[in-house]
Design a protein around this ligand. Structure first.
Ligand SMILES: [Zn+2]
Length: 237
């Protein structure tokens, strides 16, 4: 085999591993999360991309009124200047997870960019909040890892947590009505629902998020319990 052909074969194999290995892992992780939710008849409410100066306090208040805990996958870049909001999240009994620093797409960026962004978020979260960041749950932006960032979180034994039910609260086209979101969780026997608490300029965006949150919270009337991501992951060990 010529050196050129060897180089092409190696390039293709490494490229395939770069994309496929983390994808298999995250797909398996989603299936495992759903199985654990079903076993515990549990719903896990998660918020990504925050904290938002305006929306996060509204969400925290609504969760407090319902007496329900949630997990907030914050962006390191959004924590800066909003340290008090993060403190309020923790003081209300919720869990902080990491969602990276600058919302870097691990697949559509340079191979090392996701790893660097993940590490930058850990450092910033630790400096601003004192959290032992590699040990808190991590959700990569867009739910995507590449081979390097996957190995990085594996090496640090960081708990990676995806979602099973998208609320489509940020989508421009696709959407799901609050009642349909709740029905889908109910029919599945539970799940990890994805919402977002960053501040946005679109009119009525906050109401849309809160309406979906209220519909999910109403699942308690159907016998569901609410867990934080860390509790769900620990339940399966
Ligand atoms: Zn995100």
């Amino acid at each position: 085999m010529s050196p050129t052909l060897v180089a092409i074969v190696v390039f293709v194999l490494v490229g395939a591993a770069h994309l496929l290995v983390p994808r298999l892992h995250t797909n398996r992780s989603r299936a495992r999360l759903l199985a654990r939710c079903r076993a515990a008849r549990a719903v896990v409410i998660t918020f990504d991309d925050g904290p938002g100066r305006l929306l996060t306090p509204l969400v925290v208040r609504r969760l407090g009124e319902a007496g329900v805990p949630a997990t907030f996958f914050v962006l390191g870049n959004n924590v800066r200047g909003n340290e008090d909001v993060v403190e309020a999240i923790v003081a209300a009994g919720h869990e902080i997870g990491s969602h990276g620093d600058q919302h870097v797409h691990h697949v559509w960026s340079w191979p090392w960019a996701g790893l660097l962004d993940t590490h930058a978020a850990w450092r910033r979260l630790h400096d601003l909040t004192g959290l032992d960041a590699p040990r808190i749950p991590f959700r990569p932006p867009y739910g995507k890892l590449n081979l390097l960032s996957w190995l990085w979180v594996l090496w640090h034994r960081t708990p990676v947590a995806m979602w099973t039910h998208d609320s489509y609260d940020t989508a421009q086209g696709a959407d799901v009505a609050p009642e349909a979101l709740a029905a889908s969780l109910r029919d599945a026997g539970g799940g990890v629902v994805l919402l977002h608490d960053f501040d946005r300029s679109i009119p009525h965006a906050d109401q849309k998020v809160l309406a979906k949150l209220d519909a999910v919270l109403a699942l308690r009337e159907h016998g569901f319990r609410f867990l934080r991501v860390g509790e769900l992951l620990a339940a399966g060990r």
